[in-house]
Ligand binder design. Structure first.
Ligand SMILES: [Zn+2]
Ligand SMILES: [Zn+2]
Length: 172
């Protein structure tokens, strides 16, 4: 494995994309490449749920960007769902090539708190590392600080670190 690609789809702050790419690269000790991909997200919008279909978006990313020796994560600013859950922060194909993550639910403003760009970046890096971890074949981990610990709420993300525990790290 030699490259991680971070691809923004739809509206996405360019600086945020570059900043998270740098952190992700350091955590995996792998090169990252950033791509701004102009792709209309409207076809993935579910007007009943007023959210975007993560399964279909993930399938698109894999179909479009699948490549040997690369892991690709699509990054969006819109709210994602899968049929069985109210919302998701992200999703990935276990042992696959593609993942997806959204920063929508990672924003303090959504919870009536003051905007915090540094915190937003940290949360997004954790979410990206987590989903990419699944692409590398890792399942959920019970170590409270390990990034592979599952997170239901944004508070769960804040309690873990952006790093992999020794056990998970050894499988990367
Ligand atoms: Zn997970
Ligand atoms: Zn772990």
């Amino acid at each position: 494995m030699n490259l991680i690609r971070l691809i923004s789809l739809g509206y996405f702050d360019r600086q945020l994309l570059e900043n998270v790419a740098e952190d992700v690269s350091a955590c995996f000790t792998l090169k990252t490449e950033t791509i701004v991909h102009f792709h209309d997200l409207e076809p993935y919008y579910d007007s009943n749920r007023r959210q975007y279909d993560a399964n279909r978006l993930l399938a698109y990313i894999e179909a479009e960007f699948r490549q040997e020796h690369q892991k690709t994560i699509g990054l969006v600013s819109v709210d994602l769902f899968i049929p069985i859950l109210t919302y998701i922060f992200g999703q990935a194909y276990l042992n696959g090539y593609a993942a997806i993550a959204s920063f929508y639910r990672l924003q303090n403003e959504l919870y009536g708190l003051k905007q915090n760009n540094l915190l937003l970046k940290d949360r997004l890096v954790k979410e990206i590392n987590h989903e990419l971890g699944h692409c590398f074949g890792l399942i959920h981990c019970y170590d409270p600080l390990c990034v592979m610990r599952s997170s239901t709420y944004v508070e769960d993300i804040d309690q873990k670190s952006k790093y992999f525990c020794t056990k998970c790290q050894s499988h990367l």
